[in-house]
Design a protein around this ligand. Structure first.
Ligand code: SF4
Length: 168
């Protein structure tokens, strides 16, 4: 566990608010997250690379997450900074020898998503899957860890965003 502390420090140096090492048992899965993804998210209708589940089944995606022992959950207020942070942490962990290190975080790398402007994604290799498509109940997961996650009432509310880096 201690060997992963450096990724908490790295996350905090990348403009995020908080980070914790958790286990798969700390992640709550609920198939209703997929229900909301397919019918509640405007991105899905655009047949977007951001929503692509790459021919994996729901069961496979849950099993993928459960195959890891140590997962970094990262809390941030800014969606783009969080997307940048999870990729940087994934890369660092990979170079440290955790060759299965992998980020789960809906892609907000660009200030304005090219896909949403019906243009090709400039960096498709950097797009990572959305947590909703993995049926992760982010609200329940964050709250159970003592992290804030509430339904926003207005666009001016502070956003609490979460990303995950599956480490080993
Ligand atoms: S990298 Fe940019 S264009 Fe591609 S999916 Fe992410 S935000 Fe959209």
């Amino acid at each position: 566990m201690q060997e992963f502390e450096k990724y908490i420090d790295l996350a905090k140096s990348l403009k995020t608010v908080n980070a914790k090492i958790i286990s798969p048992q700390d992640i709550f899965f609920d198939i209703r997250a997929i229900l909301k993804c397919r019918w509640g998210c405007e991105d899905f209708f655009q047949n977007s690379i951001r929503c692509d589940t790459r021919d994996t089944t729901y069961q496979e995606r849950v099993e993928m997450v459960k195959s890891y022992n140590n997962i970094l959950v990262i809390h941030a207020h800014d969606a783009r900074e969080l997307s940048i942070a999870v990729l940087e942490i994934e890369r660092t962990a990979f170079l440290d020898g955790y060759y299965f290190a992998f980020a789960i975080r809906t892609c907000n790398l660009c200030k304005v998503c090219a896909i949403q402007q019906r243009k090709p994604c400039p960096t498709p290799d950097k797009v990572r899957p959305c947590d909703q498509s993995f049926s992760i109940d982010v609200y329940k997961t964050a709250r159970n860890l003592g992290l804030p996650c509430d339904v926003l009432q207005s666009k001016d509310d502070i956003q609490n965003r979460y990303g995950f880096v599956l480490l080993d």
